[in-house]
Design a protein around this ligand. Structure first.
Ligand SMILES: C[S@@+](CC[C@H](N)C(=O)[O-])C[C@H]1O[C@@H](n2cnc3c(N)ncnc32)[C@H](O)[C@@H]1O
Length: 290
């Protein structure tokens, strides 16, 4: 991504969440602000059709990717809701993009820290304003660049209390980071995350995929590279577990497409499901807590 340029991939992911609100029934991830933040009409008819990725929402590849994106958001917010019931009062959305949780947060006692690069946050402010969405007092925007700045320091300066529990959601970001930035951030988070939970997704390397998925991988990789945000880091599940352990995190669950389908897409008649095995979402906790 060019410095000073808002994230294109954040826009594309947000478009897919918006498409889910109008194209899929029943909803796996209900986000009443997904269309509004993009300036789309409630039925999604305006503009959605002109977005190249969404001209054919029923294309298997498009449907499968959308299914993964809504499943990971559902997993994150379900985990958050359980954590809030258990007393968590801080939610940190890392690489927040156009995530809307902070603007529909049902918990007045929960502070949401949205972390992203400055240009993406400034653009989000413009979109929020255009949509008539106020930034609530319990939503705090934190600007940083993973791997270049100490995330813990940035969070603390913004009011994050490292002595209190928190949920960190890092969705759709790891593949775009250099490995050094991923490792530095994992370490930094483990140091400032007493009794916390990390939810993150990651992509498998091309060689670990079946041949048909390798072609789709190439196509997606080419699209994100053309958007200036190339994939840079891939992990296999064992490697992810080891890497997280090296930096202070124990993986508690790591969900592939079969588990996500059983959990979130069983019994559907519209065929919405994660058909590809190339992305997974995991939950980890700090080893220091054990
Ligand atoms: C694919 S988007 C995902 C956005 C959001 N998590 C979602 O699921 O809608 C990737 C996000 O990560 C952010 N990002 C990528 N590299 C980053 C970095 N080095 N530091 C901070 N944010 C970064 C981008 O600005 C963008 O908002």
């Amino acid at each position: 991504m060019q410095p000073g340029t808002p994230s294109q991939t954040a826009y594309r992911v947000a478009l897919r969440r918006a498409a889910h609100q109008v194209a899929d029934h029943p909803l796996v991830f209900a986000d009443p602000l997904a269309l509004r933040i993009l300036g789309l009409a409630a039925d999604g008819s305006r503009q959605l059709g002109s977005a190249s990725d969404l001209r054919a929402p029923d294309r298997p590849g498009s449907k499968s990717l959308r299914a993964f994106l809504v499943a990971r958001s559902r997993f994150a917010e379900e985990s958050l809701h359980a954590a809030v019931r258990a007393g968590v009062r801080q939610y940190v959305v890392l690489g927040a993009g156009l995530d809307t949780f902070a603007y529909r947060n049902p918990y007045p006692q929960l502070t949401v820290f949205e972390v992203d690069r400055a240009a993406t946050q400034q653009w989000k402010h413009v979109l929020l304003k255009r949509a008539g969405l106020e930034v609530p007092s319990n939503a705090i925007h934190v600007q940083t660049d993973f791997g270049r700045e100490r995330l813990g320091d940035c969070l603390r300066r913004a009011g994050f209390d490292a002595a209190q529990r928190a949920v960190f959601a890092w969705l759709g970001v790891v593949p775009y980071l250099q490995r050094s930035a991923l490792e530095a951030t994992l370490q930094d988070l483990a140091n400032c995350a007493a009794h916390s939970m990390l939810l993150m997704d990651y992509c498998l390397p091309r060689h670990a995929l079946p041949p048909v998925e390798q072609l789709e991988f190439d196509s997606l990789a080419a699209r994100v590279a053309a958007a200036g945000e190339p994939f840079q880091t891939w992990l296999e599940p064992q490697e992810a577990r080891e890497l997280l352990a090296q930096h202070g995190w124990r993986v508690r669950c790591d969900l592939g497409h079969n588990t996500l389908n059983e959990r979130y897409f069983a019994g559907r008649e519209d065929g919405l499901a994660v058909l590809r095995s190339g992305a997974r979402v995991l939950m980890a906790e700090p080893i220091a807590n054990e």
